[in-house]
Ligand binder design. Structure first.
Ligand SMILES: *Cc1c(COP(=O)(O)O)cnc(C)c1O
Length: 394
């Protein structure tokens, strides 16, 4: 990144904002997009299936379906899972809005189960406690890139007949007990937004081993229509198509798929660089009293989308807000991931004001996300470490 280095004349440690995340594109990526622009198909062409195959093979899943973005992919997964009015779906409150909004899109009811205070992932005990006769699915989120406790969650789902849709927007490239994320849940969603591990500009995907879900996902992406004679109720001729469900146009373009496929070749390198920066952060922050570094569960091998520290309010005179504002004023692009979803005005309007998730509230009061992306260099990392140290000590 440009702008890194030592304190400059204007008093800030950096001349430009170091973002919390950003893409890394090279000439190969750009050439892949250009080839599509010169081809016959800008959309509905061959790159979609190639990108889908690439991701499915990488994670070890039978099927993959690409979408315009991860949110659309989650919407489609909820459709494939048959979620509708009266159905409850349990998810984490410490997540991006899309993890629960996708349930609302289908007329279902999101139910928030509290997080664990060590991993910040959904607590399987809280999932069990939240199950009612109306529960239909669980949407665990692999927060920061660390897989949720998937064995326990799959076991709970088995015992109660629930479908597991894993929100793996943070965890492409991560493993759980040696198995790649994407090979474990009933359906797993990835996002290719530029801050995520690899990008297609906007983009998302669902991977699954279940053929029925696979067909429903494809149907939903394309207006709910099929041209497959095997699935049609009648057949008026070669032009004939049938609409079987109320789907959307959620198709990814071939430019996006080409970019995503080119990026996929760099995924392992990107994840290694993220892990290395995370190790550097953890070593340095472990020495700072009052800073709580992210705990890693022995079953999880995170792909590190986010690096979150927590500030023990008892140990500092400055509030989290003051620390945050100071870091931003020094062009360190800190963030807070996330505001518990049930605190959002829209959710309050829906009646979520009674939700009690103490850990999520405590987490939210104390968390700060630090910049973390593969192209960060040693100067960038040192700027973050130095600035956090200076601000916490002053
Ligand atoms: C990014 C993200 C999404 C949605 O992905 P988009 O591609 O931006 O629609 C969903 N859930 C989580 C946890 C995310 O971080």
């Amino acid at each position: 990144m440009s702008g890194s280095g030592n304190r400059e004349g204007n008093g800030q440690i950096r001349s430009t904002m170091l973002p919390y995340g950003r893409q890394w594109l090279d000439d190969e990526d750009k050439a892949a997009v250009m080839r599509v622009l010169d081809s016959d198909f800008l959309t509905q062409g061959p790159m979609i299936a190639e990108f889908e195959r690439g991701i499915a093979d990488y994670v070890g899943a039978r099927f993959a379906v690409a979408f315009t973005n991860g949110t659309a992919a989650l919407h489609a997964a909820c459709f494939a899972a048959g979620i509708g009015p009266g159905d409850e779906v349990i998810t984490s409150p410490i997540t991006f809005l899309a993890s629960s909004n996708c349930v609302l899109y289908m007329g279902g009811t999101p139910v928030f189960a509290d997080i664990k205070m060590d991993t910040y992932n959904i607590d399987p005990d809280c999932i069990e406690a939240a199950i009612t006769p109306n529960t239909k699915a669980i949407i665990p989120v692999d927060f920061t890139g660390q897989p949720a406790e998937l064995d326990r969650i799959m076991d709970i789902a088995d015992r109660h007949g629930l479908i597991v849709i894993e929100d793996a927007a943070h965890s492409l490239g991560a493993s759980y007990k040696g198995r790649k994320v994407g090979s474990i849940a009933d359906m797993t969603m990835f996002s290719f937004h530029p801050v995520k591990h690899i990008t297609s500009g906007e983009g998302g995907m669902i991977v699954t081993d279940n053929e029925e879900y696979y067909h429903k996902l494809q149907l939903f992406r394309n207006h709910g229509m099929t041209r497959d004679p095997a699935q049609m109720e009648q057949n008026d001729g070669p032009w004939y198509y049938e609409m079987h469900a109320l789907g959307f146009n959620y198709r990814m373009t071939d430019m996006q798929a080409a970019l995503g496929l080119s990026q996929l070749g760099k995924l392992d390198k990107f994840v290694e660089l993220r892990r290395s920066i995370a190790r550097t952060y953890t070593e340095a922050f472990s020495e700072m009293p009052g800073v709580i570094v992210p705990y890693q569960h022995p079953d999880a091998d995170s792909s590190w989308h986010l690096y979150v520290i927590r500030i023990d309010p008892q140990k500092f005179i400055k509030s989290r807000r003051e620390i945050f504002e100071k870091l931003r004023s020094e062009n360190i692009g800190v963030n807070v991931h996330y505001i518990p979803v049930y605190k959002q005005p829209y959710y309050l309007m829906l009646g979520y004001g009674d939700t009690v998730n103490h850990n999520a509230d405590l987490y939210y009061e104390t968390a700060i996300t630090l910049p973390l992306f593969p192209q960060m260099n040693n100067f960038d990392v040192t700027d973050v470490l130095n600035m956090v140290q200076i601000i916490l000590k002053s």
